[in-house]
Each structure stands twice: as C-alpha cells, then as structure tokens.
Write a protein that binds this ligand. Sequence first.
Ligand code: DC
Length: 206
Amino acid sequence: MIIAVDGPTASGKGTIAKALAEHYGLPHLDTGLLYRAVGYQCRRDGGEPQSLADALAACSFDDRLLEDPVLRSEEVGGLASQVSVHPAVRQALFERQRAFAMQDGGAVLDGRDIGTVIAPEAEAKLFITASVEARAQRRFLEMRQRGVPVSLAEIADDLRRRDERDRNRAVAPLVPAEEAHVIDTSNLGKDEAIAAAIAAVEHAIS
Ligand code: DC
C-alpha cells in the first residue's frame, strides 16, 4: 500500500507520516529532506538557489548529508523552497522518490506533490493543513525549545512566503489531489491528528 501525505510546512504532515508508517509497518520517506539537501548543498557550494545551473549542480549531494540536523533549520527550509521551483530539480529528484514509492510492500511518503505527481496511484492520499497562526505557533515553540531566538511574527511571515511560493509555482504546486482526504490539524492535538489520519486511510482502503 502506498500512502501519500502532502501539505504545507509545519502542518503536522511529518509527524502523521511517521506515525502511519509505524502503524502499518511501512518504510517512510520525508521528501522535503531531499529538497533541503539540494538547497543546503547549493549554498555551501557558493551558489544561488534561484539559479537553475547552481541548483541542478547541487542535486548530486552526498547522501550522508541527509543525516545532518542542519537540514532541519528554517533557513535551509527557505533554500529548499527556492530550489524546488526549478522543474529540472524536481525531475532530478523524481526517480528516487518514485522508486521508494514503488518498492515491494508499499511505503509512506510525505511532501507537497506525492499524491499528484510522485505516486498518483497511491491507495490513500491525505492532505494535512492548518492555519498559518497554528503552524507558526508550533514552529515557535519548537524553536524556543531548541534555544533559537526568533519572533512569532517572523515565523508567520516566513511561513506565508513559503506557502505562497510552494502554491504558486508552475510545476507540481502544493494543491490537494482531487481524491485527497483533507485533515485540518489547527485544533487537533498530536494523538487526535494521528487518529484522524489512520481513520482516513482505513476509509480510503475499505
Ligand atoms: O516539507 P519541508 O518543509 O521539509 O519542505 C521544504 C521545501 O521543499 C518546501 O518549501 C517545498 C519543497 N518540497 C517540494 O517542493 N516538494 C516536496 N515533495 C517536498 C518538499
């Protein structure tokens, strides 16, 4: 069974995808990490994420980079969003995601275009969303716990900018697949959100 979990930054899709993978005993791929690795590598090489040539060159990053916690920072999230607008970058990362989705036994993938582009045949498609305010508040608490000095307003502005770019890009924009089950986690705790996601998958495969 392939489960596609799409949605904007800080919607809870990563937590939900991990929980679904555990529940159904499936391997999980956080596809955002691939774009983050490209964004980070591009910057490390002295490149500009808006430059197609620079972003494309960064697609041959070393896989060990995927383990580096630096990829989880807000700054790298912004770089990832910028390199992800290039169709050639998306194409370069396509096969790897597609192969993961098609492995024997199935998989859970989370990202922006899993149900629409990477695995349109997924048996279950979820679109996880939440208000900008709820997502900013979560990110804020997370960052404060890690001791990163940021303001709530800064985070909210950054989320809006990234949403705008992810939704309006020409190729594979962030939109729910037609048959996706939409879950709004604005007012849900972690356990409630996971329970809603499992119920949605059960419904999709019944
Ligand atoms: O999910 P995330 O915050 O780690 O993703 C970082 C950026 O990568 C996001 O702003 C857009 C891009 N991305 C994408 O375009 N397609 C995906 N399947 C996953 C992420």
